[in-house]
Write a protein that binds this ligand. Sequence first.
Ligand code: PEP
Length: 247
Amino acid sequence: MRRKLAAGNWKMNGLKAELDQIDALKASHATPSVDLLLCPPATLVTSAAARLGDHPMMIGGQDCHMEHSGAYTGDISAPMLADAGARAVILGHSERREAHEESDEMIRAKASAAHRAGLITVICVGESLAQREAANTLDIIGGQLSASVPDNSTGENLVIAYEPIWAIGTGKVPTTDQIGEVHDFMRDRLERRFGAGVGRSTRLLYGGSVKPGNAAEIFAVSNVDGALVGGASLKAADFSPIIEALE
Ligand code: PEP
């Protein structure tokens, strides 16, 4: 049985003052029945993890380097994230695939390094609007899955987030049939590659304009095990009802 997961991606938002959102989430979800993950900017990982106390919410990073250490100015390695208190890391977000020209091969190497450091990886895949309109969605998702998910993945350390690029931060959401088609396809691909054990225990999140008003409908779709939430994770008042819809 897969445990549901609500994950928040703060992107490049948040100063120390915003850590009070963690206090608010702790207060409204003192004993959550789903897994919670919050990924603040790297500058806040240590203090966010400390702010949790003994609350089961996880703190994660938004990217990591594929090497353990070295001359990579400005980068952060997976062991560094783990050392700072992170338990997970988002990899291959479309904003990084685009703005930082991250390839599937780079994402795979980063994910492999993250798994070796004991981190859960949330690997993002998703098609552009042009690719969807050209009826290439499943080919794109299949290609990204096979090339960016590393062999050292398990049902515990791997989470996939299906994030159609055209739905991120736009308020546009695919139909539930479109979400279901991609999630069923991803489940099938993972089972074929890793076998039923890993394939069936890997959590599949939907991401892209998830809001309190549409969360319940999305969570009712088969093989949707939770959400990766951007904008609506910044305020506990928005993230909290999304978590409740999953519980
Ligand atoms: C995201 O960036 O991962 C995301 C899903 O953003 P939003 O929820 O704001 O669309």
